[in-house]
Design a protein. Sequence first.
Length: 416
Amino acid sequence: MKNTLKDIDVKGKKVLVRVDYNVPLDANLKVTNDKRIVATIPTIQHLLEKNAAIILMAHLGRPKGKTVPRMSLQPVPPRLSELLGKPVKFVGGDCTDPQSKKAAADLKLGEILLLENLRFHHEEEGKNASGEKDKAAMDFFAKELASMGEVFVQDAFGTVHRDHASTTGVVKYVKEAAAGFLVEKELKFLGEALENPVRPFLAILGGAKVSDKINVIANLLNKVDAIIVGGAMAYTFLKSQGVLIGISLVEDNKLDLATELIKKSKERKVDFLLPIDHIITDKVDFINKQVPGDSIVKNTFDEAISEGFMGVDIGTKSIEKFSKTIKSAKTIIWNGPLGVFEIDEFSKGTVKIANLVAESTDNGAISIIGGGDSVTAIKKAGVDKRISHISTGGGASLEFFEGKELPGIAALPDRK
């Protein structure tokens, strides 16, 4: 068990907090979704109650080591200030320049400062100015960041799967370090789901590529009672079983692997559920996310898809089949949509599954949603408030489900 915020003394200290403020901005550089900001409020409020001086560190976008004005974190402090009901200071330009260091040094107890985008520095991601891997450069940058505070709190679950200066490096150069409340909550839900689930334990996996979820499926086959596979990756599994899939997206180089995974599921007595019918179309405008007026859209009779058509959603029979497993499950993890849900006509299957998961949660099941698209789908269905836990880190939760060690968590000291 790692140190948590309640295990360390932060009273009257300068505390560096890694947060995930990689938020979407509109054309006027206004925050359009503040979920990630809101998620950090409990940790910040606890630090304020302890009369700490708070220095927040974050990134936004992928500026690749360059100062990109439209990726500045400047739009964040006004929204954070509204949520907290107190001012939040900000220094633009460079997060470790003399101006930023002075602002950190002058910060009084009970005040909050947000540093500029960490990724304006190549060193944050462990690279030098040439973009080459450089551990020494990363360590130097981590030390520069650490010099501004005494204690480090990791509260950015969305970045803990990265070995970066602000996630693993800083820990080495501060007196104390711990997980914030957000990270603690993530580890509690995800950890208990994998290691001590209430059974039956169900995993629902969607998305485009089998290659993205290979290790997740392989690891979960040792833990779950059932797996539902939908989305485009289902067509690779279906083709591996000799099912016609038309012109649906498929990874031909993963067919043998798909066969092997299905074989393992049978050996381990895990129900491996694939769609038994589909919503199909002969044309779709993926760029503009719409269905051309002259396209044909229909529900197949069975799992086979005719030549010239592609699968874009699970069909009515599949929903009925999946519903029985979802309703009986007591622990549910879900990562990835089950169709092209961004297009309304092809979102019905994903939305229906979201509602079924919510109903199961209402009846006592524990439900955990991970991955940006899955979270968007849950919100589209209007059931996000009925889910036990919505993970703030898609990549991190996926790697957790794979059974991988998360560097940003591993770097934190163990509880004594």
